[in-house]
Design a protein around this ligand. Structure first.
Ligand SMILES: NC(=O)c1ccc[n+]([C@@H]2O[C@H](COP(=O)([O-])OP(=O)(O)OC[C@H]3O[C@@H](n4cnc5c(N)ncnc54)[C@H](O)[C@@H]3O)[C@@H](O)[C@H]2O)c1
Length: 444
């Protein structure tokens, strides 16, 4: 199959490399010249485990190529995957201008009827809009070409994207005719031949809704356990054990029941907000999701509230923040909860000493007052307190006794529950661990 991928970012590049790995001929096109220059030189422009290897393999095998020219990429292909961004607009609704532009390129440049496949996360009924736009353009050009529109939502997790794409939990394909379904089945056949997973074939609208429903549900699960964490702190109970025991129930499952700093990243915050808008546009008030968002805001402001409680004044203190990426395994900081923590500390007049093993380069021009540290120890040394914002394994490995040696004041805000609260107390540290009984207040 000859495939074009429009937008080779986190989703598009992984999809392009994995489709090439599965034996298809893939060309990736992107409007960002720096990205195309890096990829043409064989370099992956962001951190994603395992991606470099399959990009290099695809390039070497001649099955994968990149270009900045839509006119080079689109003619001659059978299927075009739209993988461009759908960021939030100021009012929270998704901005579909990039999707529209990508569809316009196909309408103008395709030399044969193709399948136009939405992989970007889009509101329900976007497929109909794309179909209309394609038909209008064909009419204007006098080609009479009828392209098929398919929804094939993406469920990969950054940090595990290659594995998730080659061995997904499920493949969802929404199409409104048999020919389009058959084409997508052919594209996924090499994957399904080696990896047995559910293949959900449905209509376009249903497939579009599956994506927003899945992300909104997972975000709600996170907010649920964060609300339980607040209750555990007040009641003197242990949220980890609550979550473990809940997770043993097969109807609930343990995943996404980790109390912490709330959800972040490029998807959950914008997709929850978008789903509220989509529902409202259709005439439904999705109040549950507004509560999910409220609890998430509360989760992100938990560290500053705990610092005030344990330190009295945070102003003029030096605070080590461990972790910037929105989760371990990625250097993506889009909507990372750590950003809220840093902003809260700066607003309070504290000096932030920041460490992250891979994401610090993302803030080269931002926050000149934030001290960027090459190691966790450097961030901790002499700081008055520490906040753990991302649960990187290397932070788990720091012993509480070492923390006590490095910190000027013994204040630990473990917003990701990386350390054992008993061990922290034994080391003489005054600690607040998310979802654990509240400790004595120490006025410093
Ligand atoms: N990142 C994730 O974990 C993830 C997971 C599932 C779904 N999604 C969804 O997938 C979509 C893409 O997300 P992403 O994280 O890959 O975004 P991204 O910002 O990393 O990549 C998007 C790319 O599209 C390019 N682009 C935009 N308009 C273009 C155009 N008209 N022609 C060519 N290139 C164009 C941009 O230059 C950029 O490189 C979004 O809708 C997102 O919600 C993302």
């Amino acid at each position: 199959m000859r495939i074009c991928i429009i937008g080779v970012g986190h989703v598009g590049l992984v999809s392009a490399a994995c489709f090439a790995e599965l034996g298809h001929d893939v060309v990736g096109v992107d409007d960002d010249p720096a990205k195309i220059a890096a990829l043409s030189a064989g370099e992956v422009p962001f951190y994603e485990p395992g991606l470099q290897d399959i990009v290099s393999a695809g390039l070497e095998a001649g099955r994968l190529s990149f270009t900045g020219s839509h006119a080079e990429a689109i003619p001659g292909v059978d299927a075009v995957f739209i993988c461009v961004g759908t960021p939030r607009r100021e009012d929270g609704a998704p901005n579909l201008a990039y999707v529209q532009r990508a569809a316009a390129s196909v309408a103008q440049l395709a030399d044969r009827p193709v399948a136009v496949i939405e992989k970007s996360t889009v509101p329900v009924r976007t497929g109909e809009r794309i179909k209309q736009a394609l038909a209008l353009q064909a009419q204007a050009q006098g080609t009479g070409m009828i392209h098929r529109v398919v929804s094939n939502p993406e469920f990969l997790r950054e940090g595990n994207a290659v594995e998730d794409t080659l061995r997904p939990d499920r493949v969802v394909v929404g199409a409104d005719d048999e020919h389009a379904h058959a084409l997508l089945r052919d594209i996924y056949e090499p994957l399904l031949a080696v990896h047995d997973c559910p293949y959900v074939a449905t209509d376009v609208r249903t497939a579009e809704l599956i994506k927003h429903s899945s992300n909104a549900f997972l975000a709600t699960k996170i907010s649920f356990i964060n609300a339980v964490a607040r209750i555990c702190e007040l009641a003197g109970a242990d949220v980890q054990t609550v979550a473990d025991a809940m997770g043993h129930d097969a109807r609930i499952g343990r995943a996404f029941l980790n109390a912490g700093l709330g959800y972040g990243g490029s998807c959950f915050p914008k997709d929850v907000e978008a789903f509220i808008h989509i529902a409202a546009d259709l005439g439904y008030d999705f109040g549950l999701l507004r509560e999910t968002e409220r609890i998430n805001r509360e989760a992100k402001s938990w560290p500053i509230a705990e610092l005030r409680r344990l330190m009295w004044n945070v102003t003029d203190k030096e605070v080590a923040v461990l972790g910037l990426a929105f989760k371990p395994g990625t250097d993506d900081i889009r909507d990372a909860p750590a950003i809220d923590v840093i902003e809260d500390l700066r607003a309070e007049g504290a000096t932030v000493r920041l460490h992250d093993p891979v994401a610090l380069h993302q803030i080269s021009d931002r926050w000149p007052d934030v001290v960027r540290c090459a190691s966790a120890e450097e961030a901790l040394e002499g700081a008055h307190a520490v906040v753990v914002a991302t649960e990187w394994d290397e932070y788990r490995a720091i012993r509480p006794e070492r923390l006590a040696e490095l910190l000027t004041y013994p204040v630990v805000i473990d917003a990701r529950a990386v350390w054992d609260p008993v061990a922290l107390a034994d080391a003489g540290l005054s600690a607040a661990t998310v979802g654990q009984p509240r400790t004595e207040v120490s006025v410093l």
